[in-house]
Every structure is written in C-alpha cells, then in structure tokens.
Design a protein around this ligand. Structure first.
Ligand code: F6P
Length: 318
C-alpha cells in the first residue's frame, strides 16, 4: 500500500490524537504516504484531506479531542455517497483507510472494504461499548474524570449528610458507571444492564439511613431515568436530602491518561501493519493485554460481556 488515510468519527474521545499520531508515524517510517481526513466520513466525501509530514503530529499525544475533528454523517449510509467518497480518495491516490471511532463508524468502513478500499477500525469511544475489546480508547481517561468528580461530590455529600446522584455517560453501556462506582465506594450503581427498580433503590437507601450511613452516592448511566425527578422521589421516600448531578461532556475532554495513550499508540501501529499486509474489514481489539484484530462482521454479531463480578463487588462493598 502506498497511501493511507486516517479519520476520526462519532463522539470524540481522549487518546484519539495519540492513535492518529501512531498511524501517521508508522506510515511515514515505512515510506507510506498518509493523509489526515478532516471531519470523519463527511470530510472523506468532501475530499477534505491533509497530507501529513513528520511535523504534523508533533505535540498531540497529550491532547484531548481530535485534531481531525469529528462529525456525524448519516448520509454515508447511501451507496452513492460512498462511491463519491472513493472517487475523492482516488483523486489523491489514497488506497486504504484507518477509521477511529465507535462500532457505528465501523459499518461505513466495512462497506468501503467491500468496494475494494481496505479499512481497519480502531475503537475510539469513552463508552467502552464495543464487543471483543477489553478497552476502548478514551474509556480510562473518562473514568478518571468521573472518579475525580465523585471524590469531590463525596466531600460535600459527607459534609451535608446527603444522598448524591451522579449521572454519567455510556449510552447503553454501564462500564463507566460500575467502574466509577467501585472506585469511589458508591452505595448503588444503576445501569441499563442492571435494570432500574426504583422501589429497590429506595429501600436500599432507607436501610442505609436506618443504619449508620450518613450519606450515600448513587451512580447512574444516562438514559435510564430523569435524575432530578429521582432525587425528589428519593428525598420524599427516605428522608435523605438528595441532590442530582449530570456530568455531561466534561467526560469527553481532557488530557488522555497514560493507559489511553499506550492503547492508542499500540492500536495505531497495528492498524497500519494490517493494511500493509493487504488486509481490511478488521477491527483492532485489546484482549487480555494483547493487541489483536477480529473481522468486523464477527464484531457486529457479538455481544459485549457485562462485567457481572464488578456489579457484585459494588454490592459486597456497600
Ligand atoms: O459515545 C460517546 C457519547 O459521549 C455517549 O456517552 C453519549 O451518549 C453521546 O456520545 C453524546 O453525544 P453528543 O456528543 O452528540 O451529545
């Protein structure tokens, strides 16, 4: 392969820049031309390409967000749009593509591969919701951001003897919530995977209050329920003064953690090596500390393992 493009797609995640850097440097060290594609698939379609040189990815390994920008571009589901994107790639001689994003972004990559443009996916999302990889790039940084927020909330929750609810991101994946809950000694973790039984939650908080607990932390994944309304109902039913917080997009930014930089760097190198071998339609994964790859089709047919033992440990440590 003589020329490779790299793009970031979907929600940004800390560590994406480290992955872009790894892709670019690996290419340049192998004598392969490399282009940054701006704005994800939208930029691919519009031909927004930027040819990298050795200086282009300097000083970005430690920076959050994505220098390539990201955009949602549902139009890429249209076969004609994909053909037009391939024409843009051909116009600069770009033969293959690395797509850094969530598994939604992998669908476009697989379609391009079917059309003869080899694509490799790198899992970049704070949600950790991609099957067959232990971690996605950005998850560790977001988790540490949540832990810092929870530590602060614990201070004030303790001072005022309150119940504090923190809503975190994750889409339908509870990994951020359960890991943060375990790291911060939460009373209760609620995710779409645990299900939400409000009576049970209230009963548990009643028991805590009746015991010697003076304050409580509840971590909940977004989209499960309205946390402000839940706070009111908890307060009314348990007598625990309750405050709700939504952490929001704070979770998406910030300096990537060491773990995310290492993961991103290793995955970026691997992606280029696979393209060099003429492979495509593969998703890079981390399994038990080993960087490997699976066919995207296998990944689409797989379900994520819910980390049951983490949920059990939260209960054991209440
Ligand atoms: O996928 C990352 C994520 O941050 C999710 O956790 C969240 O549901 C979503 O993106 C938010 O999307 P947006 O940035 O478009 O509001």
């Amino acid at each position: 392969v003589k020329s490779i493009g790299v793009l970031t797609s979907g929600g940004d995640a800390p560590g994406m820049n480290a992955a872009v850097r790894a892709v670019a440097r690996t290419c340049l060290n192998k004598g392969i031309d490399v282009y940054g594609v701006m704005l994800g698939y939208k930029g691919l379609h519009e031909g927004q390409f930027y040819k990298f040189n050795r200086h282009s990815t300097r000083n970005i390994i430690n920076i959050g967000g994505t220098i390539l920008k990201s955009a949602r571009f549902p139009e890429f589901k249209n076969p004609q749009t994909r053909l037009e994107a391939i024409e843009q790639m051909k116009s600069v001689g770009m033969e293959a593509l690395v797509v850094i994003g969530g598994d939604g972004s992998y669908h476009g990559a697989l379609e391009l591969t079917k059309l003869g443009v080899n694509c490799i996916g790198i899992p970049g999302t704070i949600d950790n919701d991609i099957p067959l990889t232990d971690h996605t790039i950005g998850f560790d940084t977001a988790l540490n951001t949540i832990v810092e927020a929870l530590d602060r909330l614990r201070d004030t929750s303790g001072s005022h003897q309150r119940c504090t609810i923190l809503e975190v991101m994750g889409r339908t994946c509870g990994d951020l919530a359960v890991n943060a809950g375990l790291a911060c000694g939460a009373e209760i973790v609620i995710t779409s995977e645990t299900g939400f039984d409000e009576e049970k939650v209230i009963e548990r908080l009643r028991q805590s209050k009746a015991g010697d607990k003076k304050h409580a932390i509840v971590v909940i994944t977004e989209h499960v329920t309205d946390v402000n309304e839940l706070a009111k109902r908890i307060e009314a039913a348990t007598g625990f003064e309750t405050r709700a917080n939504v952490l929001g997009h704070l979770q998406r930014g910030g300096r990537p953690s060491a773990n995310d930089r290492v993961l991103a760097s290793r995955m970026g190198v691997r992606a280029v090596e696979l393209l060099e071998q003429g492979k495509g339609g593969l998703a890079i994964c981390e399994q038990g500390g080993v960087i490997t790859e699976v066919p995207m089709l296998t990944l689409f047919d797989s379900k994520r393992d819910v980390p049951e033992e983490l949920y059990e440990d939260v209960l054991k440590l209440r």
